[in-house]
Design a protein around this ligand. Structure first.
Ligand code: GDP
Length: 369
């Protein structure tokens, strides 16, 4: 351990195996006398945050010390994968520090969305997951919508405290940090990074002009998100980059729909009704009879029913079945983490099955829209 080369910036042990893990350096610089990890290099030289990832256990260890600090915790979540990207255990770790919930990617929703209703929905869902939030801000990092309000809220809630930024992977955390850096620091001065006190964990301190810091924590990997288990090359097909185009299907029971080769929806029982799919536009939906669904999958998986490709199927967990009972007279979403959701519209309720790779979070929730 003592001889492991460490980053001169943040102190993390250096490694050349994985670019997405903390401490990455290209093999060629690992023997150098003063080596810094790629993440510190980017911050120092380009004033730019980049993402590294850790699993849940490592992340919670890192969070353990937040409670004893006086800080603002900014939790950024992905609206497209709300229940998949929310850190539900956060409350136990932040102590009395306020949590500002930044909900990113609102550009994906239709422009006619009722934003007040959405904010209430977010607040209620966060509460149901056990998270008490000081405030909710809706934004789109990519389209630069609502970002002024994010910065305003951070300024108002932080006072003169440090700011911890936490989030799952792919929620837009780097984009947010880069914006905070450019709004809060004197960019003519080289940014320095320092080791997180008392640990070897990879949380990078970015000093602000008032002597306080933005603390960029690694993105947390949740294996229950479809976006974490698909092959890298299929990720772009899953993550929508344009406003979602809802697809509505009028279905009789005993009909099935495949979402690419990633999941299958069966309308098992109920009166004829419509279901509205909110998915990335690049995914194909195939409709068939329930009694034919198994055979169709066996014959067409990896080809007509893709992604994933036939070769990649082997590296994905097998499907498990989730039976869901949709209550009458309530608009619900059938949520499939990282893939999207299916809005129900029936007055009489329904019984449906969702087949999805083992471990993927599938749940019924109050309708988002
Ligand atoms: P990080 O892993 O949390 O640091 O997230 P990144 O900033 O690298 O973004 C992850 C992915 O989400 C990238 O494909 C981004 O283009 C995309 N993304 C980030 N912000 C937005 C947004 O506001 N809207 C949409 N549609 N995509 C976004």
């Amino acid at each position: 351990e003592a001889n492991v080369p460490r980053c001169a910036g943040c102190g993390i042990p250096l490694q050349s195996e994985s670019q997405t893990r903390p401490g990455y350096v290209p093999e060629s610089s690992i023997g150098k006398e003063v080596a810094v990890c790629q993440r510190c290099f980017r911050i120092k030289n380009y004033n730019e945050a980049s993402s590294v990832t850790v699993d849940q256990d490592e992340f919670l260890k890192l969070l353990g010390s937040v409670a004893s600090t006086d800080s603002l915790v900014v939790h950024i979540v992905d609206l497209f994968d709300f229940q998949g990207s929310l850190i539900s255990g956060l409350q136990r770790f932040v102590g009395n520090n306020p949590v500002l919930l930044v909900v990113n990617k609102i550009d994906l929703l239709p422009p006619v969305t009722n934003w007040n209703r959405l904010r209430n929905w977010v607040q209620k869902q966060a509460r149901e997951e056990g998270l008490k939030v000081a405030d909710v801000v809706l934004c789109s990092a990519r389209r630069n919508i609502g970002f002024d309000r994010v910065v305003e809220a951070v300024t108002a809630y932080r006072g003169d405290r440090d700011v911890y930024v936490v989030g799952a992977t792919n929620v837009g955390k780097s984009t947010l940090i880069n914006r905070l850096i450019s709004d809060y620091s004197d960019l003519k001065r080289e940014l320095t990074v320092s080791r997180y006190p008392g640990t070897t964990l990879d949380a990078v301190h970015i000093p602000l002009d008032d002597g306080k810091n933005i603390i960029d924590t690694p993105g947390i990997v949740y294996e229950w998100r479809m976006s974490e288990i698909v092959p890298r090359k299929d990720l772009a097909a899953l993550l929508p980059d344009k406003p979602l185009k809802p697809l509505t299907y009028q279905l009789n029971d005993k009909q099935s729909l495949f979402i690419g080769g990633l999941a299958r929806f069966d309308f098992v029982e109920g009166e004829r009704q419509s279901f509205t799919f909110y998915l990335a536009g690049s995914l194909n939906v195939h409709r068939t009879k329930l009694e034919r669904a198994d055979e169709l999958y066996a014959d067409h998986k990896g080809a007509m029913l893709s992604p994933p490709s036939l070769e990649d199927l082997a590296s994905m967990p097998p499907w498990t079945r989730h039976r869901l009972r949709i209550p009458p007279n309530a608009q619900s979403d059938i949520f499939i983490s990282g893939l999207g959701w299916i809005q129900t519209n029936g007055k009489q309720g329904a019984t449906v099955d969702v087949h999805a790779p083992r471990g993927i979070k599938v749940m019924l929730r109050e309708s988002l829209l």
